[in-house]
Write a protein that binds this ligand. Structure first.
Ligand SMILES: [Zn+2]
Ligand SMILES: [Zn+2]
Length: 422
């Protein structure tokens, strides 16, 4: 078997992994590079049909771990005859988001891209999908995206585990170790391909998502009107604020795009935590609704494009009862992190609109402790390949045995590629 990490060594995002036997070739993720930082556009030499057609030549199928752009956004350049697979809920979220983006004139997404998404095949957890002589089985993982998976890839009597992005400190993260023990480690794993985002962010505080909910409850009690800046597709985070709103009797408000995504989550929810029954569409300048939410207090989800609406709304609220909760990565508004090169202008502007503000965030990625546990439990026979980390060699810092460290492979061979045959 041959593994090619086209991208993912010494970089976060832009993930592309190829796995091939003599007769079959598949890809795990076809991600767009993340922006260099802040408002700079994301450069990606692969973001065109010619490159992707060349890359996916003779490819039999593509599997996506989840819907974050750094794992999926090159899908639109894939030739139509190649089947692309993703989780059912993830597909719905992608379609909803893309339909909206397709309405923006001269934007990145077109109606044709939406049509392509509609042709995506979907899988369910533990469905074993046979592609030529390779089989792929997805297992659910907790991540800051809903419907995320790791893949067990089997061929020629050999097994590979590709973790995708994952974490243990999300609401469903407690299932990680039991899933590995029940379904993965009963067989021998030859190669472990593992994400390592947090290896370069060791100083970041990592809270459990449920502790964030507790913090949100405290803040909602203290401030009547909370503006929450968070990702519109981070199901765990949205659940934290939604639950906290219910507990404190605050209205939970969002725009129509966010409502559409929440409705998808609710439709597929397996537990009450992910049923967003209390989410309502915020109608700007609607007198009656305003009276009601002013009385009750609210948690309003905001996005960077909504600055004018926020400014206007703030004029009608008492400043001492108003709070901004910033619930995304600190780098976007921190002028000190790498000299502010990650700063997003609009995010910073919103941050500066408020007198009372609070950061409330935790990473969507596994901590070094969790990475160590997974390496030890999976105990791959031949190799560990770290991807999705700024410096892949940071994986040597993990508290794993010297014997296991000998199995780490993270050296690029030639142009960005890491090729490993076994
Ligand atoms: Zn990622
Ligand atoms: Zn991700």
């Amino acid at each position: 078997m041959k593994i090619t990490i086209h991208r993912g060594i010494d970089q976060i995002g832009g993930c592309i992994t190829e796995i091939a036997t003599e007769t079959t070739k598949i890809f795990i993720d076809l991600g767009h590079n993340l922006p260099e930082g802040g408002d700079k556009p994301a450069e990606d030499k692969n973001a065109n049909s010619k490159s992707i057609e060349k890359l996916t030549k003779d490819c039999n199928a593509i599997f996506y771990t989840h819907y974050h752009g750094d794992h999926i956004d090159l899908y639109k350049y894939v030739p139509e005859n190649i089947p692309q697979y993703i989780g059912e809920i993830a597909k719905q979220v992608m379609i909803s988001k893309s339909k909206r983006l397709a309405k923006i004139p001269n934007g990145n997404i077109t109606e044709k891209d939406v049509e392509k998404l509609e042709t995506f095949k979907t899988f369910k957890e533990k469905d074993r999908i046979e592609i030529g002589d390779i089989s792929v089985t997805p297992y659910f993982v907790s991540h800051s995206a809903c419907d995320s998976y790791m893949f067990l890839i089997e061929a020629n009597g050999k097994n590979i585990l590709h973790t995708g992005d994952f974490r243990e400190h999300g609401y469903l993260g407690k299932g990680l170790i039991p899933t590995l023990e029940t379904y993965i480690t009963k067989q021998r794993i030859d190669v472990l391909i593992i994400e390592g985002t947090m290896l370069s962010r060791l100083q970041e505080e990592v809270k459990h998502e449920k502790d964030l909910k507790t913090d949100a409850i405290e803040l909602f009690k203290k401030y009547k009107y909370s503006f929450v800046f968070c990702s519109s597709t981070d199901i765990d985070r949205l659940a934290s604020f939604h639950e906290a709103s219910k507990k404190c009797g605050r209205s939970f408000l969002c725009d129509n795009y966010q409502k559409e995504v929440l409705d998808i989550f609710t439709k597929y929810a397996k537990s009450d935590l992910f049923k967003f029954d209390n989410a309502y569409f915020y109608k700007h300048n609607h007198e009656k609704q305003f009276e009601l939410i002013k009385e009750k207090g609210f948690c309003l989800l905001i996005r960077s494009t909504k600055i004018e609406m926020i400014k206007e709304l703030l004029k009608h609220l008492p400043q001492e009862e108003t709070l901004l909760i910033y619930s995304m990565w600190d780098g976007y508004i921190n002028e000190n992190v790498k000299k502010g090169e990650h700063c997003k202008r609009e995010s910073l502007q919103i941050w500066n609109l408020f007198k009372n503000r609070q950061k409330l965030h935790t990473s969507g990625h596994a901590t070094p402790e969790t990475l160590t546990k997974v390496c030890q439990l999976v105990n791959p026979r031949t190799a560990i390949i770290p991807i999705h980390s700024e410096h892949s060699a940071d994986i040597y810092r993990l508290n794993i045995s010297a014997e296991m460290k000998k199995k780490i492979i993270c050296q690029n061979e030639g142009e960005n590629n890491l090729i490993f045959s076994f």
